[in-house]
Design a protein around this ligand. Structure first.
Ligand code: LCS
Length: 384
């Protein structure tokens, strides 16, 4: 089946009793045993639930994985995977990475004896150079948040595999509709389903998808032990949202491309970050490993923080808010919002400046979004 069909049909567990066409919500915490060791495949909702299993089957199919787990947030998914590591282990991660992932790796994991090296992952050689004898995980985020930098997935997974190091890819930005890292050699994919997979800005959720059964066993142990599962209600909403993922991604991409082209020629804009632009240095890599360029555009306004502030105050169709991937357009100031957990030095190393704005166009008409940014940039120019 093709992605559009899988997204609608996979994991839609119709009930046998009334033949409902969509998945029922099973809000039960527990399931009856008819004898010792005898139940209908479910025992306790922290470990498994029929509604959640429907979503997990859907996401596993979209990502070409063998198993998936739906979690209470993207960070719950990330924590579950990372806590399969032990004290003394080392992670290699990109320095341009979601601020929450940075917070976990830089501020929490060292207390557990797990160190992370943050590197520029645009060059695969930097991964080879950063590997140590105790490196157990290479973390990939491509395209990255917020600068849309790309990691060469095949090159990096080859380097890691040769040293027996596990690879994990955060596929939140591209989604399985545009990129399937498991098919390119990655061992585990994680998502913030809060974003495109649910797509309606009304659920905080996450997902983990594993390629093989050995890793799946470790993750399953952690998932049950930590209790990072999402509720049946949230799973039901995400299963409803994911059905339109392909159509929404096409609309997000159309809008992102139109906005990137508009911003590129604008005199009030210093720099535009979008892998679909002909001027993007990694466009060829994007074309090789993705089937689309995604829906996020970041740009630097001329005039730094004050110009950024003026622009954000003036937007009318875009809403100033963190998060991304919903049907409505959002815009945010990365340095003080999504990436405030980074130290100023870490932001400077990553290239996140005070004038950087990140746009997540929704599925609106592109002209309305462009007109909005145009008038916002005009007021930024007047005030600086
Ligand atoms: N991975 C990526 C790439 C993300 O962008 C986020 C959240 C997460 C993981 C964590 O997911 P959550 O726990 O929030 O479901 N990104 C956000 C952002 O850029 N602004 O607000 C949240």
């Amino acid at each position: 089946m093709r992605p559009e069909t899988k997204a609608v049909h996979t994991g839609v567990r119709k009930d046998d009793q009334y033949n409902s066409v969509i998945t029922p919500i099973y809000p039960t915490t527990t399931f009856e045993y008819t004898d010792i060791g005898k139940n209908k495949g479910f025992d306790y909702t922290r470990c498994a639930n029929p509604t959640r299993q429907g979503l997990e089957e859907n996401i596993a199919a979209l990502e070409s994985g063998t198993a998936a787990w739906a979690t209470a947030s993207g960070m719950a998914a990330i924590s579950t995977v990372i806590l399969t590591l032990r004290s003394g282990d080392h992670i290699v991660a990109p320095r341009d990475i979601y601020g929450g992932s940075f917070r976990l790796m830089a501020k929490v994991l060292p207390g557990l004896g797990i160190q992370t090296s943050f590197i520029d992952m645009r060059e695969p050689e930097n991964v080879s150079a950063a590997l140590r004898s105790n490196t157990k995980m290479v973390w990939i985020e491509t395209p990255s948040n917020p600068l849309l930098y790309l990691t060469d997935v095949e090159a990096v997974t080859k380097i890691a595999r040769e040293k027996g190091v596990m690879t994990v890819a955060d596929n939140t930005f591209a989604t399985p509709y545009f990129q399937r890292p498991l098919e390119q050699g990655v061992d585990v994919v994680v998502h913030s389903t809060t974003k495109y997979i649910n797509g309606h800005s009304d659920v905080i959720g996450g997902a983990i998808i594993a390629k093989d059964e050995t890793i799946a066993r470790h993750i399953n142990l952690m998932y049950r032990a930590l209790g990072t599962a999402c509720s049946p209600f949230d799973a039901w909403l995400v299963l409803r949202g994911v059905k339109t993922l392909p159509q929404r991604m096409e609309a997000h991409q159309r809008n992102a491309m139109a906005i990137a082209r508009f911003l590129q020629g604008h005199p009030g804009v210093e720099k535009v970050f979008y892998p679909g632009l002909e001027s993007h240095p990694q466009r060829e890599l994007a074309k090789r490993q993705m089937s689309g360029f995604g829906g996020i555009v970041s740009f630097e306004v001329k005039g730094g923080l004050e110009a950024a502030r003026a622009c954000l105050k003036a937007v009318k169709v875009f809403t100033l808010a963190v998060s991304l991937g919903g049907v409505e357009a959002l815009i945010e100031h990365a340095a003080t919002m999504s990436h405030d957990a980074m130290t100023p030095e870490a932001r400077a190393r990553a290239g996140i400046t005070d004038g950087l704005l990140r746009c997540s166009p929704g599925i609106e008409h592109p002209d309305d979004l462009i007109e909005d940014l145009s008038q916002a940039l005009e007021s930024a120019k007047v005030r600086t």
